[in-house]
Design a protein around this ligand. Structure first.
Ligand SMILES: Cc1ncc(COP(=O)(O)O)c(C=O)c1O
Length: 402
């Protein structure tokens, strides 16, 4: 007999507890709607959202441009096979290529998938141009996604250990250490993959010399450089792409998160010389579908036309100034890390969880990125007023520690 769902659910969290695999420890809040930098829970409580769907809602919640594109395209064409041409994906590709140093795009549905595609691409390159070289050097503290290959790429033991044995072909070395990369490079290496800022690893910024030296090393060895800009891309750090803050261009870049401003999309971009896939060698059923591409195009066009990256640069400084004042006041704050609107406040001790919960109770959503660090990744359209409010709530939470 088919069991009916109850008409009225009194406790969604209890129901979730019965139904879901335990992959995440959710916070005790059921979000029901959002607008701009604000979200509301099922009890009507309002929160200032400085998590923004995990650095996803670039234009905030339900921005009119995003909602309109979703509705308009939803009434016309939602999904087709990639055997056919569709216009929204071509418009999106053109916008991405026109505003970056890359020549070609592959569209998919998530960050992990974009990185998988990148890894397949550079392995293909290795087969075609580097005598079958297929090893990829990645860094400790990185995060590249959740598939088995991306877990192997991700240089964090806690993600790898439960799934050993992992697929081969990845070497994890220390971040911001060019010698570690040089020592790990062999004639079997086809690429180096880095996040210019390690987001999940604690908002660790790659220094200029390191990035420049990696570029030179890749050129010397004839191997490819992949930038995972899934978290740093699309204006988040104060330029459209974070590589633009360095003096180099990667050969390959991956995007996701903010690219869709709330809808699931991933993108792999590459220079012409690295675009070595042949028909049938890679693909995706949903990747590049008209619905998601129309939304992503509308959001990206808005971000570019309204100089949002420049505004992020400016407001990011404003935010850092506020955090600096907190650092001057509280001796248990040791560091502020990040760029633009991807920022972390680092503490002497492991108090990040307590600070996060205290902020949550006071109506501010933030992320505990490390036991001793909290992360802020609000929408790119966050206002100074909202930053002031957030800083006040963080300060109140910090005062509890005195
Ligand atoms: C740098 C980076 N790469 C890859 C991923 C994985 O993306 P997704 O969760 O969309 O698969 C993430 C997610 O946090 C990320 O921050």
């Amino acid at each position: 007999m088919v069991q009916q769902l109850p008409d009225k659910v009194d406790n969604w969290q209890e129901l979730e507890n019965k139904l879901f695999m335990r992959t995440v420890n959710r916070l005790p809040v059921t979000l029901v709607c959002g607008e701009g930098s604000n979200v509301w829970d099922s009890t009507g409580k309002e929160y200032l959202d400085f998590v923004a769907g995990w650095a996803v809602n670039s234009l905030g919640h339900c921005h009119p441009v995003v909602s309109k594109a979703l509705i308009d395209q939803g009434q016309v064409l939602i999904q087709t096979s990639n055997q056919f041409y569709t216009i929204p994906q071509i418009k999106l590709a053109e916008l991405l290529i026109h505003n970056s140093c890359f020549n070609r795009v592959f569209l998919c549905n998530s960050g992990t998938e974009a990185n998988e595609a990148a890894v397949k691409l550079v392995r293909r390159y290795g087969k075609l141009h580097l005598n079958g070289a297929h090893y990829i050097i990645t860094t400790h503290g990185s995060f590249h996604g959740r598939t088995l290959a991306m877990v192997a790429a991700t240089g964090q033991n806690r993600h790898q250990e439960p799934y050993i044995p992992l697929p081969g072909g990845f070497i994890n070395v220390d971040y911001n250490d060019i010698n570690a990369i040089k020592e790990a490079t062999t004639d079997q290496t086809c690429a180096i993959m880095i996040e210019p800022i390690q987001g999940e690893g604690g908002v660790n910024v790659a220094n200029n010399d390191y990035v420049n030296e990696i570029r030179v090393w890749c050129d010397q060895k004839g191997i490819l450089l992949i930038f995972d800009e899934i978290q740093t891309g699309v204006g988040r750090t104060g330029t459209l792409f974070n590589y633009q803050q360095y003096d180099i261009e990667p050969d390959v870049m991956t995007l996701a998160k903010g690219l869709g401003s709330g809808v699931p999309i991933g993108a792999l971009l590459a220079k012409e010389k690295a675009s070595v896939f042949s028909p049938g060698e890679h693909g995706s059923t949903f990747g590049g579908n008209p619905l998601v591409c129309a939304v992503s195009f509308a959001a990206l066009e808005y971000i570019i036309d309204n100089n949002i990256p420049e505004k992020v640069h400016e407001i990011g400084h404003y935010f850092v100034n506020g955090l600096d004042k907190l650092k001057e006041k509280y001796d248990f704050i040791v560091e502020i890390r990040g760029r633009g609107l991807l920022l972390a406040l680092v503490f002497k001790n492991d108090i990040a969880e307590d600070i996060m919960i205290s902020c949550l109770n006071r109506g501010l959503l933030i992320n505990r990125v490390r036991p001793n660090a909290i992360r802020f990744m609000p929408s790119l359209t966050v206002t100074k007023d909202e930053i002031d409010k957030a800083l006040k709530i963080v300060e109140d939470a910090l005062n509890e520690r005195l």
